[in-house]
Design a protein around this ligand. Structure first.
Ligand SMILES: O=C(O)CCC(=O)C(=O)O
Ligand SMILES: [Fe+2]
Length: 330
């Protein structure tokens, strides 16, 4: 049987209030809880990001990806910076993903024990002078919003609003600018923009353009190929910031002992158009140990379903796997 889920759109304008009380946040916490226990996906509107900044970040992303390949390769680093078309495969045993991306973490920081170098900025003179400051401003706005969402998620689990603050200390999350060229219709079945995967960290905040192509798999059992369900772009009034797709990653699934779902998703771009998106992986500090929260264990029957993991180890392991899989399948 095909299961399909409603992916709710939650108006989070209450987050524009600088210090909302738990009772102000209760209505959105309830909607988010209901989404997280079913599809693991929800979309938010009327949030705190600036519409003009988001539009400018998309414009600069298009400019970056349309540079000559040499200029993009000059911005290739260790994990951060440019990642060329076909560099990895999110799903095992498939063709490499038909996408290119550009990663930006916290400026001035590298994490050599994870093979992650510092940010690498393109130097092509055709890019606007404020390329770097715009991209960093985007990252810092989405980071601030992710912190607010973590406190709503804490409330949604009947925890204190500041429950995740400790975990967010030393936050080293990365923004990922993505470009998916159109996949030919006849190759669509095999070639994905990004193959089926779950997100490795805590919470992902993704802005997609109007092209579409993001899909979730409600059961995760991929032999049921008819079960893929679209996460449609949401239209917002002109001048409003675009909707943000939020989804639960592996850490929140683990913390909640499976109550919240890290759902399998993919991108397949059969629109005939170029597709752009900007993901932000709100993963907290990399030295954290992630284990099921006692209260969530009680809520889910009293038995711990997941082992403790180190954030660093989990994320690094899954990254390495995605690169190894791209090599195996080429
Ligand atoms: O571009 C998208 O819509 C999804 C990207 C994604 O799933 C990822 O980077 O993990
Ligand atoms: Fe993803």
């Amino acid at each position: 049987m095909t299961v399909s889920f409603v992916i709710p759109t939650v108006d989070v304008s209450v987050l524009r209030n600088p210090s909302p009380s738990p009772s102000d946040l209760a209505p959105i916490a309830a909607q988010i809880r209901s989404a997280c226990t079913t599809s693991g996906f929800f979309q938010i509107t009327n949030h705190t990001m600036d519409a003009a900044l988001v539009a400018k970040a998309f414009e600069y992303s298009r400019k970056f990806f349309s540079l000559p390949l040499d200029s993009k390769l000059a911005a290739k680093g260790q994990m951060n910076g440019y990642e060329p078309m076909g560099a990895n495969a999110a799903a095992k045993g498939t063709l490499p993903d038909a996408k290119e991306s550009y990663f930006v973490g916290e400026e001035g920081r590298s994490m050599s024990d994870m093979g992650i170098g510092g940010n690498v900025w393109p130097t092509d003179p055709s890019l606007p002078e404020d390329f770097k400051s715009t991209i960093l401003a985007y990252r810092s706005q989405v980071q601030a919003l992710s912190f607010k969402l973590y406190s709503v998620i804490a409330l949604s689990l009947d925890l204190r609003a500041d429950f995740f603050d400790e975990f967010l200390k030393g936050d080293a999350s990365a923004a990922r600018f993505l470009h998916y060229p159109p996949t030919p219709q006849d190759a669509g079945g095999r070639q994905k923009g990004i193959g089926a995967h779950t997100d490795y960290g805590g919470l992902t905040l993704l802005i997609q353009d109007g092209v579409g192509g993001l899909q979730i798999h409600p059961t995760g059992s991929l032999d049921d190929d008819d079960a893929w369900q679209d996460v449609p772009p949401v239209t917002v009034p002109s001048g409003a910031p675009p909707a943000i797709v939020c989804n639960i990653g592996d850490f929140l699934q683990l913390w909640t002992n499976g109550l919240y779902r890290s759902t399998v998703h993919r991108v397949i771009n059969l629109s005939g158009k170029e597709r752009y998106s900007i993901a932000y992986f709100a993963n907290g500090g990399m030295d954290n140990e992630v284990e099921p929260i006692e209260k969530c264990v009680e809520l889910t029957g009293g038995k711990k379903l997941f082992e403790k993991v180190t954030a660093k180890k989990h994320i690094f392991g899954r990254f390495k796997q995605s690169f190894a899989d791209a090599q195996k399948s080429t």
